[in-house]
Each structure stands twice: as structure tokens, then as C-alpha cells.
Design a protein around this ligand. Structure first.
Ligand SMILES: Nc1ncnc2c1ncn2[C@@H]1O[C@H](COP(=O)(O)OP(=O)(O)OP(=O)(O)O)[C@@H](O)[C@H]1O
Length: 304
């Protein structure tokens, strides 16, 4: 399956908040929808889920208009929508039946997911008596209830502690292996970096970066190197590069333990290394720069 979001525009009253959002994702992959608060992630997801109508643009599944009602979709909305006064298992069985499961299957699936998410012990409690994180896990159980092939999660890690985040990461990784199609929004780069093959970075309603994360990182790290020296401080090393090697490279950033430099013109890694060795500088560490998603995010969006 391939889900394509094509050129979405959305306005609320007279304010346009999405200005042509496009990205695509296939089964067996996870796409991380990234962006700062207010960037437009939830609005995009709501359009995919048919909760909002776009002013322009379309959402396609395998080339045809995507109609949510025709598929089992696991959707975790930003506003969590379970019944606070009802008992956990009881309401999951009910919601599973609403989605077409038999009462037996609904109960089996609900118990499986409650167990998987570590909240089975609360099955006979009213939802509102659970902690926020445990309520979130019940909501996730509800999202996965029908074992959907398409899973769309709006900020699934919010409110989860590191142990529970790990449980959810394991589940997501398993779903990717089972060839499900997964989209989730987040502003936490670490989670996205761990299992998203694809990303779409939204800034103020525009896509500023989209595609395969490995390719993006490779492209971004191209021509960039890290370097440090045994004998020179980073400040001194920086001065030498700026003074004597300014035709070959420029210093982009000073990190705690190394400098990040960018090669200029057609200069290769070897050209740079040769010049450094000619200057008789002892190199401690020299390698290709592998950017973190957070670095790319900051460069593209401007702030952490
Ligand atoms: N129902 C609405 N009516 C009016 N404006 C809205 C509505 N929903 C969203 N917006 C506006 O659209 C913009 C994008 O909001 P959206 O919730 O999609 O951002 P987001 O990237 O999901 O942010 P966050 O990470 O904070 O959840 C914001 O400026 C927001 O105020």
C-alpha cells in the first residue's frame, strides 16, 4: 500500500495554515511527521482522517481517493477520546464491536493489547481512576484493537515514561516488520530517528524536508567532516583552519569534543587531510560527519 498526501491547503476562517503539504509513505515503513508546535501536523493528520476537509489537495491510497471508512485504521487522536466513567475492558469491547469485531474477538484483542501495554490489571477499573500515562496506554490499546494495517498516531509518546516509551517502540517496530503502514507525528526527534525510514518536516504549514531519512542524512553530511587534535585546543585548531586553510574548508560549528567543517569547492577529504598533515598538526579524530536528525531540524527550522 502507498499513501500519498498531495498538495494539501487548509484555512481556518481567513487564515491559511497549510500551504501545500505533500509526502508519501508505503507499507512496511514508518513516516515521522515532524514540526514545532503549531506547524500543522495535527491538521494534516485530521485531513488524512477525513475529520477536516482540505481547501485543496487530496489523499490517495494506491492511487485512489483514500476513504477512511473503507479500511481498518488505527488512529490515536491528539485529543484522547475514551469514556472516563466507563470501565476499561468494557469500553474497549464496546468500541471493538462498533468497528465490526465480534464480541469474542473484541474481548480477546482488548485483553491482548492491555496485556501487551502492561495495563491488564486495570481492566475492571473506571478509566478516570488511572494515571495519565496508563490512560494513554488504554487509548493505545483502543487504537490497535482491530489489528489495523494503517496506523496513524498523533504524538503517541506524550505522557509515557521511558519504560513505557520502550514498550511502544517495540510495538511500532513489530508493526513495521508486519508490513503495516505507519504515520506518526512528533516533535521528539529521538523517537523518529529510531524507527522512521521516511520523514516529512513541516514548518509553518510548509514541507521543508521530506524523503528517506538515511538519504537525507547522507546528503546533509556530504562534504562535512569532524576533526579534533591531540595537541591543539579546538579554538586554536579553528583559527588555523580559518587562517591557513580557508580555501579548502570552513568551520561550521564547534562541539564539545570536535569541530565540524565543510569542504569548499572541489576539495576532497584527502585534500583537507593532506593540508592538515603538511601543517604538522597531530590529528586525534577525523571522520565523516553523521548528522543527527535534531541538527537537521534545527538548521531547517531554525530553533530547537
Ligand atoms: N480548529 C481550528 N481552528 C482554527 N485554527 C486552528 C484549528 N486547528 C488548528 N488551527 C491552527 O492551525 C495551525 C496548525 O495547528 P496544528 O494543531 O495542526 O499544529 P501541530 O503541528 O499539530 O502543533 P502541536 O505540535 O502543538 O500539536 C495552528 O496555528 C493552529 O492554531
Amino acid at each position: 500500500m502507498k499513501l500519498e498526501v498531495k498538495n494539501l491547503y487548509k484555512s481556518f476562517t481567513n487564515t491559511e495554515v497549510l500551504h501545500g503539504i505533500s509526502f508519501s509513505v508505503e507499507s512496511g515503513r514508518a513516516l515521522g511527521l515532524l514540526g514545532r508546535n503549531g506547524a500543522g501536523k495535527t491538521t494534516t493528520i485530521r485531513i488524512i482522517m477525513n475529520l477536516f476537509e482540505a481547501n485543496k489537495g487530496e489523499v490517495l491510497l494506491d492511487g485512489n481517493k483514500f476513504i477512511r471508512q473503507n479500511h481498518h485504521i488505527g488512529y490515536l487522536p491528539e485529543e484522547r477520546g475514551l469514556y472516563p466513567k466507563k470501565k476499561v475492558l468494557e469500553q474497549l469491547i464496546y468500541l471493538g464491536q462498533l468497528r465490526g469485531l465480534s464480541s469474542k474477538n473484541s474481548k480477546e484483542n482488548a485483553l491482548y493489547w492491555l496485556n501487551r501495554l502492561g495495563v491488564e490489571e486495570y481492566k475492571d477499573k473506571k478509566l478516570e481512576t488511572l494515571s495519565k500515562g496508563n490512560q494513554q496506554k488504554v487509548q493505545l490499546a483502543e487504537t490497535f484493537l482491530t489489528n489495523p494495517d494503517i496506523v496513524i498516531l498523533d504524538e503517541p509518546f506524550s505522557g509515557l515514561d521511558p519504560v513505557n516509551s520502550q514498550i511502544l517502540k517495540d510495538i511500532i517496530n513489530e508493526m513495521i516488520k508486519e508490513n503495516k503502514l505507519l504515520i506518526f507525528s512528533s516533535h521528539q526527534m529521538g523517537y523518529v530517528e529510531e524507527f522512521c525510514e521516511e520523514i516529512a518536516l513541516i514548518n509553518k504549514g510548509n514541507i521543508v524536508l521530506t524523503g528517506n531519512l538515511k538519504d537525507i542524512k547522507k546528503e546533509y553530511g556530504k562534504n562535512r567532516l569532524t576533526i579534533s587534535s591531540d595537541e591543539l585546543s579546538l579554538d586554536d585548531l579553528k583559527s588555523i583552519i580559518q587562517k591557513d586553510l580557508s580555501q579548502i574548508a570552513r568551520v561550521i560549528e564547534m562541539r564539545k569534543d570536535f569541530l565540524i567543517i565543510e569542504l569548499l569547492g572541489n576539495n576532497s577529504k584527502n585534500d583537507f587531510l593532506r593540508s592538515i598533515v603538511e601543517k604538522d598538526i597531530d590529528i586525534d579524530q577525523f571522520s565523516t560527519y553523521e548528522p543527527k536528525l535534531e541538527d537537521i531540524f534545527v538548521e531547517k527550522v531554525g530553533e530547537k
